[in-house]
Design a protein around this ligand. Structure first.
Ligand SMILES: Cc1cc2nc3c(=O)[nH]c(=O)nc-3n(C[C@H](O)[C@H](O)[C@H](O)COP(=O)(O)OP(=O)(O)OC[C@H]3O[C@@H](n4cnc5c(N)ncnc54)[C@H](O)[C@@H]3O)c2cc1C
Length: 397
C-alpha cells in the first residue's frame, strides 16, 4: 500500500484547498511546501497584495477552511471606465440578485489561515522546507524523492505556482503569451471610503484597479493593482510616496479623492502561460498557476485555480465510493484535464484581447468601444450573464 493517496506539492491557496477537500473525502494526503507563509503588513495594517475572491471560491472554501480568518471584505459593485472614453459601465450585485460580487482578502492572511487549517486537519501530513527532487512513475503508484526520503503515493498534484518545479521535472512545456506588462501592487489611504465599490480604469498602457478595503476613522483604504509597461512599473517603484500618490490620483481621476498615504509597493512581471497538458501523467495533475497563469486584469487567477479544485473534487467524489479507490487509476482525470485546459486557453486569449483592445489609440476603435460599453450597460440579460460568469455561479444561478 502506498504511503499516501495523494501528495500535494505547494500550499498556496490552490494546493492547500485541494489538500483540505481531498482529506475531507477520507484520502490520506501529504503536503510538501518549501516555506511557511507569513504576514508582512505595511503601516496601514494591510498586506501589499490582495485577491478578489468570487462567490464560487467562497462556496468551495467555507465548508473546509476557516473562511472568517481570511478577514474577507465584501464589495458589491465594480465601476469600469477608460481614459479616452466617455462611457463607463457598472456591474452591481443587485443586478444578479445578490448582496456581494465578491470579497477582497489579503493574499498572505488567507495563506496563513489555510496553513493553520492544514496543520489541524485529520488525514493531512505536512512536510515543510522541502521540495520534490525526483519522481518515478510505477504501475501502481509513484515514488517521490523528498530530501533523503522516498515516499510512495497514488496521485501527485502539482500546485506549486507559476514556476512549477513539478512541471519542470516532468518536462511539460508551456505556451507563453508574453505581455509587456508588470503589475504594481500597494495599499493606499484615500480621502473617501470606497463604500464597497471596486474601480478599474483602462489607461492606454494598462488597467489600474482600486479594490476596497475596510476604512479607517477618516477616509478609506484601497488595494492598488496597476498593470503597466515594465519600465514604467519600475520607475513608479522608485518614486517618493507623494509623487506616486499624485500619479495614481491622476490615473484614477481622483475617484476616491486625494491619496493620503502609500504603503510598500511591489512589482510582479505578468506573462500569461498555459501548460501543454494539465495531466502529464496518469498519476500527476497540475492545478492553479502551475497549470495556467492569467493576466490579473479580471482578478480571476486564484478563482480559476479554485475552480480546478472544485472540478477535481467533483470527479474524486464520483469515484471515491469504490472499494480501494485509486485516485491515479487510468482514465479518471482525462475529461477533467481537457475541460480545464480548454477554459484556460479561452481565458488567456480573452485577457490578451482586452489588454490589446484597450491599448490601441485608434479613434474608430475608441468609438466602437464606447458604443459597445453603452450597449452592454443597457443590455440587462447579457450583462447579468457576464456578471454570473465572473462570479463563477453560472448562467442559470
Ligand atoms: C498583482 C496580482 C494581483 C492578482 N489579483 C488577483 C485577484 O484579485 N483575484 C484572483 O483570483 N487572482 C489574482 N491574482 C492571481 C493569483 O495571485 C494567483 O492566480 C494565485 O495566487 C495562484 O495560486 P496557486 O496556489 O496556484 O499558486 P501560488 O500562490 O504561487 O502558490 C504556490 C505554492 O507552491 C510553493 N512552491 C513553489 N515551488 C515549489 C516546489 N518546487 N515544491 C513545492 N512547493 C513549491 C510556493 O511556496 C507556494 O506556497 C493576482 C496576481 C497578481 C500577480
Amino acid at each position: 500500500m502506498a504511503d499516501f493517496d495523494v501528495v500535494v506539492a505547494g500550499a498556496g491557496l490552490v494546493g492547500a484547498t485541494a489538500a483540505l477537500v481531498l482529506a475531507d473525502l477520507g484520502l490520506r494526503v501529504l503536503v510538501v511546501e518549501p516555506s511557511v507563509p507569513e504576514r508582512n503588513p505595511g503601516p496601514s495594517g494591510f498586506e501589499a497584495r490582495t485577491l478578489a475572491l468570487n462567490p464560487a471560491s467562497r462556496a468551495l472554501l467555507e465548508p473546509h477552511a476557516s473562511w472568517a480568518d481570511f478577514a474577507p471584505h465584501p464589495f458589491h459593485a465594480i465601476r469600469v471606465w477608460e481614459d479616452t472614453g466617455t462611457r463607463s459601465i457598472s456591474f452591481k450585485a443587485e443586478e444578479v440578485g445578490r448582496t456581494e460580487l465578491g470579497w477582497i482578502v489579503e493574499a498572505a492572511r488567507a495563506s496563513v489561515a489555510l496553513w493553520r487549517d492544514l496543520d489541524s486537519a485529520d488525514g493531512i501530513s505536512v512536510l515543510v522546507g522541502e521540495k520534490i527532487g525526483r519522481l518515478e512513475v510505477r504501475a501502481d503508484d509513484l515514488s517521490l524523492h523528498v530530501g533523503a526520503d522516498s515516499i510512495s503515493a497514488r496521485l501527485l498534484i502539482g500546485a506549486d505556482g507559476a514556476q512549477s518545479g513539478i512541471r519542470t521535472l516532468l518536462g511539460v512545456a508551456t505556451q507563453t503569451l508574453e505581455t509587456p506588462h508588470a503589475a504594481l501592487a500597494a495599499v493606499v489611504g484615500t480621502q473617501y471610503d470606497s463604500a464597497g465599490v471596486a474601480y478599474q480604469r483602462f489607461l492606454e498602457d494598462g488597467p489600474v484597479a482600486l479594490l476596497p478595503l475596510p476604512g479607517g476613522d477618516a477616509g478609506g483604504y484601497s488595494s492598488v493593482v496597476w498593470s503597466q509597461p515594465r519600465d514604467e512599473a519600475r520607475r513608479r517603484l522608485g518614486l517618493t510616496d507623494a509623487e506616486f500618490a499624485l500619479e495614481l490620483e491622476q490615473a484614477t481621476e481622483g475617484v476616491l479623492g486625494a491619496i493620503g498615504s502609500v504603503d510598500r509597493r511591489v512589482v510582479f512581471d505578468l506573462d500569461q502561460r498555459v501548460a501543454e497538458t494539465f495531466h502529464p501523467n496518469q498519476r500527476v495533475l497540475l492545478l492553479g498557476d502551475a497549470a495556467r497563469v492569467l493576466h490579473p486584469l479580471a482578478g480571476q487567477g486564484v478563482n480559476i485555480g479554485l475552480e480546478d479544485v472544485a472540478d477535481m473534487l467533483g470527479v474524486a467524489t464520483r469515484h471515491c465510493a469504490a472499494t480501494d479507490f485509486d485516485p491515479g487509476a487510468p482514465g479518471i482525470w482525462r475529461g477533467y484535464a481537457r475541460r480545464r485546459r480548454a477554459k484556460a486557453l479561452l481565458l488567456v486569449r480573452l485577457m490578451d484581447g482586452f489588454r490589446l483592445g484597450y491599448s490601441l489609440d485608434d479613434p474608430m476603435l475608441r468609438l466602437l468601444r464606447n458604443v459597445a460599453v453603452q450597449a452592454l450597460d443597457h443590455s440587462g440579460f447579457v450583462k447579468a450573464g457576464l456578471i454570473r460568469e465572473a462570479l463563477g455561479i453560472g448562467l442559470s444561478a
